[in-house]
Design a protein around this ligand. Sequence first.
Ligand SMILES: *Cc1c(COP(=O)(O)O)cnc(C)c1O
Length: 392
Amino acid sequence: MTKTDWIQQEIEGLKNQGLYNTIRTIGSPQGAWLIVDGKKVLNFCSNNYLGLANHPALVSAARKASEEMGVGPAAVRSIAGTTNLHTDLEERLARFKGVEAAITFQSGFAANLATIPALVGKEDVIFSDRLNHASIIDGCRLSGAKIVAYEHNDVKSLEEQIQANMSQHRRSLIVTDGVFSMDGDIAPLAQVHEVAKKYEILLMVDDAHGEGVLGRGGRGIVDHFGLHGKVDVEIGTMSKAFGVVGGIVAGKAVIIEWLRQRGRPFLFSSAMTLPDVAACRAAVDLLEDSTQLVDRLWGNAKYFKGEMKKLGFNTGLSETPITPIMLGEAPLAQQFSRELFEMGIFAMAIGYPTVPQGKARIRVMISAAHSKDDLDKGLDAFKQVGRKVGVI
Ligand SMILES: *Cc1c(COP(=O)(O)O)cnc(C)c1O
């Protein structure tokens, strides 16, 4: 026996249960079509909702920034200072989202790890949707606050938990995903806000899958529900619809100021790189100029989902371009994904622990980059594999 034998055994266990992650290698730019493991395939996997990951305007902004300003930020912002590119992006994001202020982080994951422990601590309580993203859960744990999960998207359960737990604690925080990434359903944010207001509790929403997707021209979930000024803090990411990388925290100016003082990934980790910042700013420009890409994304999503339902597939609770194809057991979902890949369709199976046991699925990510012909090719492959494995 060696010290690492247990890891090998765990890995074998994952393989036997059909839960082992095989990571494919991409040899082309992002887009509707990819070269994956040397094979040309139609891409239904990425979060590149608007096709911006290799958009010429973003590429050229990144190139220009690196030529003029270099690449790396060289140290954390609180020690070595911050570039005008970073502060300019933050001002632009705040204006785009209609909030008092915004701050960027290295990723959406880091934004959650920064924000939650800065707002609550050991004497406090967090009310967290049961299906919140892993980075919210980790941020909650890191804070040391008591974590009370309420039933998914259930405002009644939220209120019951508040009544049972709030008075024993100093401060409270309600936190929810905006769009739930595995099911594509949307948090009932207007009702959650009513509860937050009634009990005077800080409200935080993680809009990673809503940024660039929901609201007018992709301004996010707060805009979608017309809740401007009512949600204390919004987390976002520039790694999905924005096509780049980087986290956003947007909201009340005092919270953003506090994160510059107490957000640990701000204080102890270097900032986004300059080409990334410039590319993100170019993405904001595109979204402010035109709603064409966002409109196209929603048109594609509506068409694909409608046709999948007509074929007899179960697309679950989705209200967004995230389209889960519910299959049940993980090995079936993995087989489905392999058969699709053979036919030139890249769509990943998702199983436990990313989704609950018995709720394995293929998750199709629709993009504005898909043409109608691409979507029809995908639909045809789903029809053939679905019939072959007896799902439809
Ligand atoms: C993807 C995602 C994140 C992480 O964003 P990154 O920028 O990729 O780190 C955080 N929260 C939610 C809800 C997400 O879906």
